[in-house]
Design a binder for this molecule. Structure first.
Ligand code: NAD
Length: 490
């Protein structure tokens, strides 16, 4: 018997162990930190059955106002457990405590308040169709739950990206089966526990753990009892999930990868652009779908800009994730570290000039076996080099020089992805013009990763299908019903 903590699934309002399990490692030390339930097809089936049954229970009879009240109560309960949620998130991911406490977990909790507000403010649509003799047909658009929603979650912002889906799914009256990422099961389980304590009826929010293809994730998305599937993760996984969703067919929402450009014009506030681009490259060790990995800098400021970024990269403080001064954590897993280091080696072999970093990070005990990679900046490669095309999902970017606006827009758009882009310029008209021509779901001007939950979020091209955020989320998690009633002339 292992003396590691055990992370069970959560079905029908209680913790349920699985026949199989796997060891989860602490990314900062590389040591085993927990044993996690691996849900088999039978357990997935039970989770879906619980979710289906809960639709017919008290949850199915709740009003929108009651569900809004529940979301707000859940946010309160989560806030009371903020420290524990932070601790569990760090145990899974090795994220630095300061950003986890100040940004990641508060934003995850804020999603419940935001979707409570969005649902409260969403107006019922109504259209009148004139008919003969002064009569009319009154069209009212009603929202009803889709049913059982399957959520397949990633590991990079585990609780934040999970609640971004759970909150709107719940407020729309659905029941849920979450498949947590095999790298980050802890906060998904905690969310289900705390929701149950806050009064969520049994079976409304079920959590299963396990792997993806051919395992828990695959079983969930293929399950005919799941009425809609929402996924955040890699583009290739999204393709597999879309194929599974074709059986039915079921609606699917896909938030996928990116290879996000930053465009730095010569007239920008250079200090702000350096600070913002530094965050956009290195926050969460570059493991954010919105991370900047391609930086195009106008020739007139390239030298000063590159110098500033290199200094900022070298100022990052890797170390104990639970120490307040730490600003850089590890990669999530040995596999992810090896993927990143392989791409680093490829950039070097392709002839990149390494401005800083370029390999693994040597760390002192107890972090010697952790999954640490150096913040890395390169220059000198053509836009079609592998490192300029493939998503790395690590703390790195390639810097290149541009001379004019049309050129940089064409180069920024020459990507199969289109998730996010950033424009740094002191000329508002230029920034607006450039932003309008970028093929990207989000374009930030002189800022980065500022989010309003009411705004649509999603990707162009291979970065996704559909939009989340605000009423777009409510639309995905609802069946829209048109009620068309004849009203005689008065
Ligand atoms: P991933 O695709 O490897 O895994 C995501 C989830 O899918 C995991 O829970 C995994 O177990 C599951 N899974 C894998 N194969 C499956 C299959 N065939 N069927 C069902 N489930 C399966 O992604 P990841 O490594 O966890 O996350 C990193 C990726 O996510 C990056 O590409 C990143 O850009 C992307 N991402 C996108 C957004 C966005 O909003 N667009 C946000 C965060 C991350």
């Amino acid at each position: 018997m292992s003396d590691l903590p055990y992370i069970p699934c959560f079905l029908g309002g209680r913790e349920v162990p699985a026949r199989d399990g796997f060891e989860k490692h602490d990314p900062a030390t590389g040591r085993p930190s927990a044993r996690v339930a691996e849900a088999d097809a039978d357990l997935v089936d039970q989770a879906v059955a619980r979710a289906r049954a809960a639709l017919r229970g008290p949850w199915g009879a709740t009003t929108l106002a009651e569900r809004i009240t529940f979301l707000e109560r859940l946010a309160d309960r989560l806030e009371e457990r903020l420290d524990l949620l932070v601790s569990e998130e760090i145990a899974d991911t090795g994220k630095p405590i300061t950003i986890t406490t100040q940004v990641e977990i508060p934003r995850a909790i804020a999603n419940f308040r935001a979707f409570a507000q969005i649902a409260r403010e969403a107006e019922e649509e109504m259209f009148d169709t004139p008919m003969a003799g002064g009569a009319r047909a009154r069209n009212r658009i009603l929202r009803q739950p889709v049913g059982v929603v399957g959520i397949v979650a990633p590991w990079n912002l585990p609780l934040l990206l999970l609640t971004w889906k759970v909150a709107p799914a719940l407020v729309c009256g659905n029941t849920i089966v979450v498949k947590s990422s095999e790298h980050s099961p802890r906060t998904a389980l905690m969310l289900a526990r705390i929701a149950a304590e806050a009064g969520l009826p049994d079976g409304v929010l079920n959590v299963i753990h396990g792997h993806g293809a051919g395992a828990a994730g695959g079983f969930l998305v293929a399950h005919p009892g799941v009425n809609a599937i929402t996924f955040t993760g890699e583009t290739r996984t999204g393709e597999a999930i879309m194929r599974a969703a074709a059986e039915g067919p079921r609606p699917v929402s896909l938030e996928l990868g990116g290879k996000n450009p930053a465009l730095v014009f010569g007239d920008c506030d250079l200090a702000a652009a350096i600070a913002g681009t530094t965050r956009s490259m290195f926050d969460n060790c570059g493991q954010v779908c919105l991370t900047t990995e391609r930086v195009f800098v106008h020739r007139s400021v390239f030298g000063r800009f590159a110098e500033g970024l290199v200094a900022a990269a070298q100022n990052l403080r890797p170390g104990d994730p639970r120490a307040a001064e730490t600003t850089l954590g590890p990669a999530i897993s040995a596999v992810q570290r090896d993927k990143v280091l392989g791409l680093y080696a490829g950039a070097r072999a392709d002839g990149a000039t390494v401005l800083t970093g370029g390999g693994a990070l040597e760390m002192p005990a107890p972090f010697t076996e952790g999954y640490w990679v150096a913040p890395t900046l390169w220059t000198g490669l053509p836009d079609d080099a592998e490192i300029c095309r493939r998503e790395v999902f690590g703390p790195c970017a390639h810097l290149s020089i541009f001379d004019d606006e049309d050129e940089v827009i064409a180069r920024a758009n020459a990507s199969e992805f289109g998730l996010a882009a950033t424009v740094w310029s002191g000329d508002a008209a230029r920034a607006e013009r450039v932003a309008g021509r970028l093929e990207s779901g989000t374009v930030w001007i002189n800022c980065w990763r500022v989010r309003d939950e009411r705004a649509p979020f999603g990707g162009f091209k291979r970065s996704g299908i559909g939009r989340e955020g605000g009423v777009r989320s409510l639309d995905f998690y609802s069946e829209l019903k048109t009620l068309c009633a004849y009203e005689p002339a008065r």
